[in-house]
Design a protein. Sequence first.
Length: 361
Amino acid sequence: MQENQYTKRELTQLQALPFEEKVKLSRARIREWIDAYDGKVYVSYSGGKDSTVLLHLVRQIAPEVPAVFSNTGLEYPEVRTFAEQMGVTIIRPPKTFAEVVREEGYPILSKNIASAILQARKFDMTGKNRRYMTGDFRVMRKDGSLGRSMFDKSKWQRLAELGDFRISDRCCNRMKKQPMRKFEREHGLHPMLGTMAEEGRLRERAWLLHGCNAFDARHAVSTPLAFWRETDVLRYIRVMHLPIASVYGEIIEDPNCKNCLKLTGVDRTGCVFCGFGAHMEHEGRYLRLRETHPRLYRYCMEGGHFVDNPDYDPSIPETATDGFRNFNPKQLWEPDNRGLGMGYVFETVNRLYGKTLIPYK
Ligand code: SF4
């Protein structure tokens, strides 16, 4: 396993820097990235507030650096309209979200969980990966006793066995990564992203491994805002009077946090229909979508139908030797022309777990 170049403590120290210092440091990282590749770089632009801040910083330093927006059809309409006005190059993935869900599966819970379910459902799967799902993988504690692995996903075994729809983590690859990588290859450019370490474990891990400018990563990428906090992004927008998509609402002082800012509208504008993280939210994103964008909500929840499972194999035993109930439904639920059918997916998850894990209606 690759060694971290930085420590959590170093990240915390950077995250605690005064706002002006962060801006200076990010400018230096951007300059470094542009110089390293002799200007052959670009901003991967989502139309969201974080990448809007990055784009502004980059254009102050090097206005000629291009920005690219992947129009996946999954953005809020307000974000798409906003992005189109920013003078960016627009690319499109070759397939729609509904087509990708049909081919790969629904992106629900989290990338890690969806990936674990996808792996565990393979008939020939044995050993380590399946053990994460069945809970049989144990790690040795310092005192010599056996404990659960941090990668244990056994909570989701029931869904992996009984959910009659595909689940996978491949949507991002198909809808975002592959089109961007194709653009990079065709133009020989190196990407800059407006992501932050505080957004999740994978992003924090990436920073600890490589820092802001990941020259040594398998896919070299720059994240000059990695050590920023959400409130720094909002402060920058306020100080610089940057326009942002209307769906965010206004930036106001956060009454529950000293020196913090917050938004009155949505705080995340990623893909509207994405199910990743929806089970972790106090205030369900889909309930909000129902209020703000009822037509999109209906498309997301309604529709869907069962089709014959092309991989169904009557010779496969119901239960594998490790006790895992093989995933071999005769029919599979998938999107249809009327909608994505995510209402059925969420209803199934909530029913299997006996509570409202994903609030959606
Ligand atoms: S964020 Fe979710 S919906 Fe958007 S591309 Fe990634 S997995 Fe798909």
